[in-house]
Design a protein around this ligand. Structure first.
Ligand SMILES: [Fe+2]
Length: 136
């Protein structure tokens, strides 16, 4: 199910919150391109956009965590790496089966829904770390 961006997902760092909002938008674009059934190429474009946006966003987060000496950086980076592995699998399935309803639902699951959980379980932790006086 498509979800609207909400301030509930905010971690209180404006630059990161704005990127999370755009991450949502990239996720919705991917979902809609799959459902539009204009073919693999349109979906490939949306997958590439999602991948590039995630790379940019994760580098911003990684720089933040490094700058503030976040102790669980390594675990957090593993979560980011796992995101790309799931996107790779989605892309392989797109090649094999084309843009199906099932693929659209899974795309939303591994991008939008993943981000919601990741914000609550991981991003909130580095935000708290930074705000608890470990700011550089
Ligand atoms: Fe993250």
């Amino acid at each position: 199910m498509l979800k609207e961006w909400s301030d509930v997902y905010s971690i209180g760092i404006p630059e990161i919150d704005e990127q999370h909002r755009c991450f949502f938008a990239a996720s919705h674009r991917l979902y809609n391109e799959i459902l539009d059934r204009k073919g693999k190429e349109a979906v490939e474009g949306a997958v590439s956009f999602m991948r590039e946006y995630a790379e940019r966003h994760f580098s911003t987060e990684e720089a933040f965590m490094t700058e503030h000496g976040y102790p669980d950086l390594k675990d957090h980076l593993q979560q980011h790496a796992a995101f790309f592995r799931r996107l790779d699998i989605l892309e392989q399935e797109l090649q094999m089966f084309g843009p199906t309803q099932d693929l659209a639902e899974r795309a939303l699951d591994i991008t939008q829904d993943w981000l919601i959980d990741h914000i609550a379980d991981e991003d909130m932790l580095y935000s708290l770390h930074i705000k608890s006086g470990n700011a550089a």
